[in-house]
Design a binder for this molecule. Sequence first.
Ligand SMILES: Nc1ncnc2c1ncn2[C@@H]1O[C@H](COP(=O)(O)OP(=O)(O)OP(=O)(O)O)[C@@H](O)[C@H]1O
Ligand SMILES: [Mg+2]
Length: 507
Amino acid sequence: MKKQKEKPVTLEIDRLQKIVAEQEEVIEKLRVDNLFLETLFDGIDEEIMVLDADYRVLNVNRSFLERHGIDKDEAIGKKCYEVTYHAEKPCDQENRLCPLKKAAETGKRVEVTHRRDDGKSGAKEMIRIMYPLVMGGGEIKYFIEISRDVTEYRRLIRKLQASEKKFRTILDTATDAILSIDENQKIVLFNNAAQRIFGYTRKEILGKDLNVLVPPQYGDHRRFVKHFLEKKIPRAMGKTLSLTALRKNGEEFPIELGLSYLKMDQGITFTAIIRDVSEQKRLEENLLRSERLAAVGQAVAHVAHEIKNPLMIIGGFSHQIRNNLDDQKAVQKLDMIYDEISRLEKLVANLGDFTKEYRLVKRATDINSVIRDVLKIMAEIYQPEKYSFIEELSSNLVEIPCDPDKLKQVFMNIIANGIEAMEGGGSITISTASLPGGVEIRIADSGIGIEKDKLLHIFEPFYTTREKGSGLGLAISYKIVEAHKGDIWAQSNPGEGATFVIRLPNE
Ligand SMILES: Nc1ncnc2c1ncn2[C@@H]1O[C@H](COP(=O)(O)OP(=O)(O)OP(=O)(O)O)[C@@H](O)[C@H]1O
Ligand SMILES: [Mg+2]
């Protein structure tokens, strides 16, 4: 009986003790949570303010107090604008928007940037983020503002942007092509000059493999980058290399290339500065050729001069002897001697052509019509079923002062060479284009082409590879173009035909 009475009491005590223990646990947890929040609140580097809807400061953290140099009781109970800006009214000027007003209206987080100048540490840029605390029932009574000093960060960004802009300007005004690739040989940078030199737009080329700019004879260029990545020895770095590159139109051209590399977190970038030296090379070759031609011309003039007088004497005397001879056989032999002498005299006269200056009869001329005239004659001479002539004449050519008859000779020489290079037939394309200082004429054939070492000699007098050629066609053409102060050169890859380019100035 006794036991039965006692049981509910002890049970009740147990139950209460359990409740107390549970609540103590909750209180302990709350205490830990509170401590955690307080530590966070005061340990965080950002300034934090707790406000009511009337701008009144309910609490601020340690960072806030330290930055403003005040105690907590100097802040609590005051208005936020009094504490932060010593102002009498809430912020609402154009350059200092009040985030609280907007957060109260929208119920959403509002971010603004304020400039603050406390007169001591200079102007500061602050990002202020206002969080409305939405209570049960949707009411907003309190706000938490977290502010971060972004002065240094923004200054760095501005500095970075300025240096990026400076870098861009240098990059895009450089006359040399500048391009970079990443470790996977993908092109990641391509400046204006690179666009002009290679013929690709940035949009077309960025992200593409470097392959597209490298002529096939170099094989797999990946091995160079691979070698570098494996050995970490910059074999080609810091040197100037003379190489060949490939334009979009398939043309190969000589370049000078300097390489550098940059190791960053994202990987290694290789940058090349590339100079297109095709024009320079061409001028050098022209100069060399002019010198060679001048030397040959001098030698020819000398020989011609030395031969002229003895020939005259031999001719004159043989004539006299013949008139006093009765022996018919001897007369015949002297006639033969006389014929050969005439032939030699003609040759000597022709050789003289190389040494004398070409005298041009210039008049304002439409080059297109000169070309049409030449093609009319050519089409008559060569069988149309075997050879075709294609005209690609520019419609906006200006007239240039030149000697059209001499130029006809040039075009005919070049076309005749093209025809001879296409034994089985083919096509000759003649195009004209207007240039800033004159006109350009291109004559392209689909013949056997000219090997590199031969290209150097084709304009020399007496250079020929044809059995019946005299090797004078191009030498004469060169002299005529030179007399016009123009430029002539040939481009060719064996097996892919040859293109002769002539540039004539409009003065
Ligand atoms: N379109 C071409 N295709 C291939 N080779 C060419 C072409 N034009 C010129 N050549 C080469 O250049 C050489 C010199 O040409 P050039 O016109 O001066 O002399 P040629 O044609 O041999 O003789 P000719 O005095 O009768 O013109 C040629 O023999 C030939 O080897
Ligand atoms: Mg010829």
